[in-house]
Every structure is written in structure tokens, then in C-alpha cells.
Design a protein around this ligand. Sequence first.
Ligand code: LER
Ligand code: MN
Length: 272
Amino acid sequence: MKLSIVLSTQPAQFQAATFKGDLDANLARIAGLGYDGVELAIRDPKLIDLDGLDRLVRKHNLVVPAIGTGQAWGEEGLSFTDPDPAIRRAAIERIKSHVPVAARFKAERLAVIIIGLVRGIVKPGMDHAQAMAWLTDALRECSDAARPQGIRLVLEPINRYETTLINNAAQGLELIERVGADNFGLLLDTFHMNIEEPNIEDSIRQAGDRIFHFHVADSNRWHPGAGHLDFKSILRALFATGYVGFVSGEFMPVPDAATGAQKAIEYLRAKT
Ligand code: LER
Ligand code: MN
């Protein structure tokens, strides 16, 4: 099992970005704990020194399996489904601007760009069908822009308390059919699945080879082992689909990032 963990390259309000801040020190910690990769949360590629980041990641022998983009929503309010066409266009261009970043880090053909809350939350009074149409068009445009670089996009089903748009794997699979792009798949996250899926393992089996990336947190969004999810069974179901990607820790830094990350890797390694 290849393990990675989320590190935010910029300050962020999102609580489950396990590591934040000092990149060199955090990358050293992550590598020192035995992680194979680091999932980089990047609000805006314009804000990073790509060469410097690439150098640091290589220095610590880490792979970047995925790039998180949700802070464009969390910090700036960009979304594919905002009623304002200028905001929708800015969200699409922002996601497209991640393609060269993902291409730079592409290792083992694994670098995916994550569509989390940048899809939007569908505010009260908005037409859901209209939002789905905007979402589908945006995902087609971004998938088309990513394909020539060999980059894949993933939509993450997110629980009902954060968005009304695509909460579970079945809705995600319907969206995949609608978008009809071979480089567009799902990111499943055990924290959201515990809230939304009738049965986590069954949903993993249904999503099958459309799972392009996987987030782990326990039921309380602390590190795996701190709650009541059955990771032995969940990971067995995941790998039975033929999944060859990373299992990526995205959990709250409890009691602190390094301790949570250490407990997670010990626990997950013991489960497979
Ligand atoms: C991001 O990967 C995630 O899981 C969401 O909860 C972000 O809001
Ligand atoms: Mn997640």
C-alpha cells in the first residue's frame, strides 16, 4: 500500500489539511514517518514557486499523487456552479491552471487534480438541474484540457453538511456517465462515505475502476484508528477493485499533525 498525506502549501481554514505551513520541515517529517507521497493542497498555482516546490519534494523522495484545489472555494469563493458567469469562468480557468502543476509532479501516471468544493454548494433558491448542467460542462472542459498531458480529474463526493451537489458514490457515477470523459473519475473519502453511503464496501465495489484516488480519515475525522471505521475491510474492498493508487491521509491534526500522521501510518500498515 502506498501512503500519502495532505499538506497545504498556503494558509487555509480547512481543518482536515493535516499538515500546514513550513514546507521543508513538514516534508521532512512526512518522509521521516515513512510516507511514500504528499498530497499538495494548492489554492492557486500562481502563488507557488513550482521549481522550488518540486526540488523540495524530490529532496525528500516523495511522490505527489494528487493536487487538492478546494481552497479556491474555501478562501476565494470560486465555483463551477456560481450564478455569476464570471465566477464560473474563473473557477474553470483556475482548475485548468493546475494541469501544468500536475504534469510537473506526474509520477507513476498518478497525479490527479481534485475537484472538491470548487464544484460549488448550490445555494438555497438555486436550480439544481441548472447547477448540474454547469457542473457537467465545466468538468468536460477541464477533462479535455487535462487529457493531452495525461492528467486525470477526480470529483469527490462530499457529505450533505458541506454541499448539496454530489454527496455519494452513486451520484458521482451518474455524473461520470454524463460527463463521458475517460480521464474523469472519483475520489472516495472514508469520512464522507461514513455519513452518506449505505455500505462503504459495497459503494467501493460499485465505483470499481472509476476510483482514481482515495482519502482516509476515521469516523470522527481524526487519524485512522481513532474512530469506529473498519479499515481492514474497507482497504480489502478497495484493493479488490484493482486499485493501484495512493491511500491518502486527510484528517484533523489531533493531537497534532505529526502524532496523528504517525498513528495513522502504524495503524494502516497493520491493517494490510
Ligand atoms: C476535501 O478532500 C474534503 O474532503 C472536503 O471535506 C473539503 O471540504
Ligand atoms: Mn477528502
